[in-house]
Design a protein around this ligand. Sequence first.
Ligand SMILES: [Fe+2]
Length: 200
Amino acid sequence: MGIHLLGRTSFGDPKNAGNLMTIEEAQQLLNDWVPNERLRLHMKQVAAVMKAWAIEKEGADDTTALKWELAGLLHDADWEKYPGDHCRIIIEELEKRNIDPEVIHCIASHGPGYFGVEPLTSMDKMIYAIDELSGFIHAAALIRPGQYDGMEIKSILKKLKTPSFAAQVNRDDISDAVSRIDTTLEELIGFIIQHQKNVE
Ligand SMILES: [Fe+2]
């Protein structure tokens, strides 16, 4: 992922608080913007983990859980078509659609080292922590005969210490993200495995 500083830290309009889209509308946007099935699956996996985290760990109500899910589902929506402007294009699209600023800020802060936006809310911090790790765990599943069946947390920890495995995944980002939350790397890996294994 290249550096694409957004050059601002405020997103959306506060008067749009509570304005969301349906999951079907978000899926439609993905179908229009993201031909790559693997990238769509990545976003669906991050969405499933985000939603589960909101409900199980934060006691979120339906509306809040939908915010977390939408942020996960849309965070890389512009990556395939606009690699040079990744993050900026989807943010501008969501601003145009008058979407809740919390969802937009969450997407803007999913890579502080790349977009220059610090994660502030727990939703922001969790997308940063889940995103890279989710992709890493899926890469590990793809090389296993049973994919997610019997996948162990310790084998993921070992692969994280093997620089040649999924070399494009930045281990420093993962450590930085996990250092900002109240959950251990082990616990987060277990949670991600459990909640993304059945996503299609
Ligand atoms: Fe991502």
